[in-house]
Design a protein around this ligand. Structure first.
Ligand code: NAG
Ligand code: NAG
Length: 374
């Protein structure tokens, strides 16, 4: 059997098929549901009890925060229900309306006219979550927007992803952030971007094109034959899903769009707080956060250590009902446009779409069931 390190980090990964079978049992989302040979290839040098922590009711983070306007009780109700059915607990952080952010609190560099009013509100809501992490010295926390959705097999997905984030940190095995202690995701990271609208791999960014293929920036943990990835014709992102169907990558962050979900360590939260509020703010929140990951990664700068998952496991849900209700940031669509059925990109067994099934223990509905599934 190959050593996990070498097979994860070399080109042979492309020819190694890691088959993850999701044998679904309604009440159990544990990694033991995977086929035994998959588990065997991981168990060599990782402490499985540590990975097991991913299944606790905060997914192996110390806290899970959801950011949302207090008056959007519709969104709070829905998120409370599906997170409970998926087996995790969220703490709420009040979002903020842009109009209520006075001029004098704006960070250096903010152009209020260019940055939409509500974008400013979104920035402030996220900052309130980040400040909570910094003030309460929370080691690791996951921050969610209030309209996200996920696959009902999220716990299993996160367990595999935790193997991936650990593997990507294994190049510096002894390195560790002083504030992280025995995280199942590894002890040497600032941010893990779990929910976004898509991103290019870092080696494809202009500033990295000249780097050799062996550069650590292009290292990836590849999950093959992942049945929680939609069929290629329905997979969204900047990757070629036809060439690599049913594949999910854990990788160094390139430049994600949207901030549906991301985890921060305490050191990461401090860096975000400094770079996106106390020192300055360089644009809309998601661009500024992606910029921090992209431009401050060198040790001689802020040494920001960001990892991503593509396709992401948290995605914005387009709820049924008025299209206008989707966002408090932008006014989408026409005035009276109505969506008859909710939809979430890149999610196969949508938690929001399967509330009845989860409660009644029925077979899960697949958002893409009328398409060929290999
Ligand atoms: C879940 O595990 C993490 C990592 O060990 C820990 O920090 C957190 O407190 C645990 N959550 C709960 C609710 O026990
Ligand atoms: C994606 O990959 C497929 C199969 O390898 C290829 O035929 C197609 O041209 C690729 N698409 C793009 C946009 O590169």
């Amino acid at each position: 059997m190959p050593q996990p390190r070498s097979f994860l980090f070399t080109a042979t990964i492309f020819s190694t098929s890691i088959i993850f079978l999701f044998l679904y049992a309604p009440r159990s989302h544990l990694l033991r549901d995977y086929s035994s040979h998959v588990l065997h290839s991981y168990s060599e040098h990782r402490r499985s009890d540590q990975i097991e922590l991913v299944t606790n009711n905060t997914f192996g983070f110390q806290k899970i925060f959801a950011v949302g306007l207090p008056e959007r009780s519709d969104k709070r109700d829905a998120l409370a229900l599906i997170s409970s059915l998926t087996g995790f607990k969220v703490d709420w952080i009040d979002g903020v309306k842009g109009q209520s952010v006075p001029d004098k609190v704006l960070p250096y560099g903010v152009d209020r006219v260019k940055l939409w009013e509500n974008n400013l509100g979104s920035w402030r809501g996220h900052m309130n979550a980040v400040r909570t992490i910094v003030e309460q010295r929370i080691n690791t926390a996951l921050i969610l927007e209030d309209d996200v959705d996920w696959d009902v097999r999220l716990k299993s997905q996160l367990q595999i992803i935790a193997h991936g984030t650990q593997a990507l940190q294994a190049i510096a095995p002894s390195a560790s952030s002083p504030d992280i202690d025995n995280s199942p995701y590894g002890n040497y990271w600032d941010l893990i971007w779990l929910g976004h609208c898509g991103e290019v791999f870092p080696e494809n960014l202009p500033e990295n094109l000249d780097k050799p293929a062996s550069d650590p920036i292009s290292r990836k943990f590849i999950i093959h034959a992942d049945t929680t990835v939609p069929p290629p014709q329905h997979a969204h992102g900047f990757q070629n899903f036809t060439a690599e169907p049913y594949t999910r990558w854990v990788h160094v962050t390139g430049g994600p769009i949207c901030t549906f979900a991301y985890a921060l360590s305490l050191s990461g939260a401090r860096k975000v707080f400094f770079d996106l509020s106390v020192d300055h703010l360089a644009g809309p929140f998601d661009n500024a956060l992606a910029g921090l990951c992209r431009w401050e990664r060198e040790e001689e700068r802020m040494g920001m250590r960001c990892l991503s998952v593509t396709p992401p496991v948290f995605v914005h849900h387009k709820a049924k009902g008025k299209v206008q209700g989707d966002s408090d940031i932008q006014d989408f669509g026409g005035n009276d446009e109505t969506r008859k059925k909710g939809y979430t990109e890149n999610v196969v067994w949508s938690a929001r779409d399967n509330v009845r099934e989860l409660m009644l223990g029925r077979e899960m509905k697949n958002q893409f069931e009328n398409t060929e599934v290999v």
